[in-house]
Write a protein that binds this ligand. Structure first.
Ligand SMILES: Cc1cc2nc3c(=O)[nH]c(=O)nc-3n(C[C@H](O)[C@H](O)[C@H](O)COP(=O)(O)OP(=O)(O)OC[C@H]3O[C@@H](n4cnc5c(N)ncnc54)[C@H](O)[C@@H]3O)c2cc1C
Length: 400
């Protein structure tokens, strides 16, 4: 009887888990293992680029890659996981509820933006978290040219000054200029609860973000708490009001809700704690990877972040280890010691740092070249050729 490895999600982690599992089965000459990815679409959506224009193009088809590596694909959206019966229930492409059974399961269903419970937040804010919502935001931005040129029309408020908020805010001046043409006074305001710009980052990185913000004329409202959002803009706790037709929520992200279906411990972002082989603690035969996993990335206390940098490697290790458990081979403990950040800063350039202490290595045009190499090439799927894909899926191959 063939063993079924079922991988939920075709993002960075799910895609790499599938190829890595197929690689190990192939290396061991085993054709009694069936590897299947179950996700709404056979495509990789390049979320790290969703602050850019033309989001519909930021998608990479996966069927040729799956065919080349012998991975099956089922189109569907999982609704329930039954670990006793070892089945998942999902809505298929026709809207019917069907099930798929498994011997081993890999959860790789990613994360979603999480809005704070502020009055008006659901109705009056955009986000750039998923392809569909980023498309809605892009359509709204384009429609602004048809509105009267009031200060509210010309102002975008970005709620949250983390990496996503900074990348969007610094990109927006150029996007608005392109939209409205020269001579129109536009404004981008970042509303941030912290007391300083980039408070969670190293001093050197903070300095660069401040410099770029100043050059791009981005206004930071620090120590700011949003109390209400409506069609006219954002109200802060100090009583001030920012008139804006465009409010974008970027603060907060939560692991996909399927993580709640396991009797297992989760962190405050909803991620499942996994062991060093990426198996969910206390749930035998089920692995979690990418944004749904809380995994130690080294021996000195660092934990994988919700980044595609980590999701790609977590995927390769999870795929290898789930296949190893079927093949009765030793797993490879997950380790990812190197950590870099590369933050786009719009027309000012970018900043590239290395290490967990975020030492700035390059800025402006030089860093921008690195950013483009990462987001336009490095994180995309490998070529749909078996040997190339398998070689890239080796968890021990150098990544960054
Ligand atoms: C605007 C933005 C900017 C970012 N910038 C960066 C950056 O600069 N650098 C960086 O490293 N990271 C960045 N990230 C984070 C990065 O995109 C995520 O960490 C990464 O996508 C996580 O990969 P994943 O495979 O775990 O999840 P995802 O890429 O989200 O993939 C999840 C997959 O699961 C599928 N799925 C979801 N629900 C179900 C279900 N019920 N049933 C079946 N399938 C399901 C989805 O369709 C998708 O295929 C950014 C994210 C955003 C939104």
């Amino acid at each position: 009887m063939k063993k079924q490895i079922l991988i939920l999600g075709s993002g960075f982690a799910g895609m790499w888990a599938a190829i890595s599992a197929a690689r190990l089965a192939h290396m061991n000459d085993r054709d009694d293992i069936v590897i299947t990815v179950l996700a709404p679409q056979p495509e990789l959506r390049v979320r790290p680029r969703f602050y850019e224009n033309h989001v519909a193009s930021l998608v990479s088809p996966l069927m040729p890659l799956f065919t080349a590596t012998g991975v099956n694909f089922i189109a569907g959206s999982v609704e329930r996981i039954d670990t006793n019966e070892k089945i998942v229930w999902y809505k298929d492409a026709q809207g019917g509820t069907v099930f798929a059974s498994y011997d081993r399961l890999v959860l790789a269903t990613g994360s979603n933006a999480k809005r704070a419970p502020v009055p008006g937040v659901e109705k009056h804010t955009f986000d750039i978290d998923q392809l569909e919502s980023a498309q809605v935001f892009e359509k709204h931005l384009s429609s602004l040219v048809n509105q009267a040129p009031t200060p509210a029309r010309n102002t975008v408020v970005v709620c949250g000054g983390g990496f996503t908020g900074i990348e969007l805010a610094t990109e927006l001046p150029a996007r608005l200029r392109e939209l409205f043409g020269p001579g129109i006074q536009t404004k981008v305001v970042v509303v941030e609860r912290g007391a300083v710009i980039g408070g969670r980052y190293s001093e050197a990185l903070r300095g660069v973000i401040e410099q770029a913000s100043e050059a791009l004329d981005i206004e930071w409202r620090l120590n700011a708490e949003i109390t209400a959002i409506d069609e006219n803009g954002v109200t802060l706790k100090d009583g001030s009001h920012i008139a804006s037709s465009t409010v974008v929520w970027t603060a907060g992200v939560q692991a996909n809700a399927l993580t709640e279906q396991f009797v297992a411990e989760r962190d405050n972002q909803g991620r499942l704690y996994v062991d060093e082989n990426l198996q969910i603690r206390g749930v035998p035969g089920v692995y979690a990877t990418g944004d749904v996993a809380n995994a130690a990335s080294d021996d000195v206390g660092n934990t994988a972040l919700m980044t595609c940098q980590h999701a790609i490697q977590l995927g390769k290790f999870a795929g290898n280890n789930v296949a190893a458990s079927v093949l009765d081979l030793p797993p490879i403990p997950y380790r990812q010691v190197n950590y870099v950040t590369c933050l786009d800063l719009g027309s000012w350039g970018a900043v590239y740092t290395e290490g967990w202490d975020q030492k700035v290595q390059s800025v402006r045009e030089e860093a921008k070249k690195i950013k483009i190499a990462i987001t336009n090439e490095l994180i995309y799927p490998p070529k749909a050729e078996r040997e190339i894909a398998f070689s890239a899926a080796d968890p021990l191959a150098k990544f960054v």
